[in-house]
Design a protein around this ligand. Structure first.
Ligand SMILES: NC(=O)c1ccc[n+]([C@@H]2O[C@H](COP(=O)([O-])OP(=O)(O)OC[C@H]3O[C@@H](n4cnc5c(N)ncnc54)[C@H](OP(=O)(O)O)[C@@H]3O)[C@@H](O)[C@H]2O)c1
Length: 244
């Protein structure tokens, strides 16, 4: 494949297999990193990551730790162990949003979130704003909400008064900058970013891979990689999800 040289990064002598490197796909990681830089997230800040087990969410959990921020994951109970291993400080169950703020306080020692990285949207976003503004005296910065996805729905009902009275800063994010891509690749080269590879499918089974992804179970975390058939034995087989 030919690509323009200024859009190409070489990761030589990596300890990672090619499928693992592919799972570090730049779309997820650049989006995740740009969500953090847009909201100016700093070391020591408490950050909620929604859709935490997905491609962008797992990137966010790792990137928070790299920059020294503290990621709280919103996900499902079945994924808690894997997300804690990946770097989450705590995992909150998204299937029960009642008393979300109280459950969060129990994890943060009563402190509000500094920022929210929202990939979910829908009916949940108002709860996320609550979790940043319940104690403004405990804050030294504005509450910040970065939005880059809508896995939970495209329409959110948010109380306008909460946004302007509490000066919530909202950032819409799509992809990232070239400089951020360069930074991400240097973290990959150093081994600071770890791939979250769920498994591999042959290219000729693309439809099966898509069906698997759409119907993914509650143990699913991270990315699926699709490998050309001619390279399957070397690059795909070690990570095969297929029975053949
Ligand atoms: N702005 C951009 O440039 C950009 C780039 C990439 C992706 N995106 C968008 O970002 C979002 C996430 O992308 P992704 O690649 O990480 O997707 P993904 O791998 O499919 O992950 C999405 C995650 O969201 C959670 N989720 C799914 N349905 C939900 C629901 N109804 N309510 C609450 N949580 C739900 C699940 O995580 P848990 O089970 O852990 O809760 C799921 O693993 C998508 O909306 C995608 O279109 C935007």
């Amino acid at each position: 494949m030919a690509v323009p040289s200024d859009q190409f990064y070489h990761v030589p002598n990596s300890d990672l297999a090619d499928a693992e490197l592919a799972a570090l796909g730049m779309c997820s990681y650049q989006t995740a990193y740009h969500m953090l830089t847009s909201a100016n997230v700093q070391a020591g800040e408490r950050v909620l990551v929604t859709g935490a087990s997905g491609g962008v969410g797992t990137a966010l959990v790792q990137l928070c730790r790299i920059i020294g921020a503290i990621p709280y994951a919103l996900s499902q109970q079945e994924k808690a162990k894997s997300l804690l291993k990946l770097g989450a400080e705590a995992v909150l169950d998204r299937t029960d949003m009642n008393r979300f703020v109280d459950r969060l306080k129990a994890e943060t020692g009563g402190k509000p979130l500094d920022a929210v990285m929202d990939l979910v949207g829908g009916a949940m976003t108002d709860h996320f704003i609550d979790a940043m503004i319940f104690d403004m005296n405990a804050r030294s910065t504005y509450p910040r909400l970065s939005i880059a996805g809508a896995s939970g729905g495209n329409i959110s009902e948010i109380l306008w008064t909460r946004i302007y009275l509490y000066q919530v800063q909202i950032f819409g994010v799509s992809h990232g900058t070239r400089e951020e891509a360069g930074q991400l690749v240097s973290w990959i080269r150093r081994g600071d970013l770890k791939p979250v590879l769920h498994g591999a499918f042959r290219l000729s089974n693309l439809h099966r891979a898509e069906t698997y992804f759409v119907n993914r179970g509650s143990d699913y975390l991270g990315k699926i990689v699709v490998v050309p058939d001619a390279q399957w034995q070397q690059h795909g087989q070690p990570f095969a999800l297929e029975t053949d």
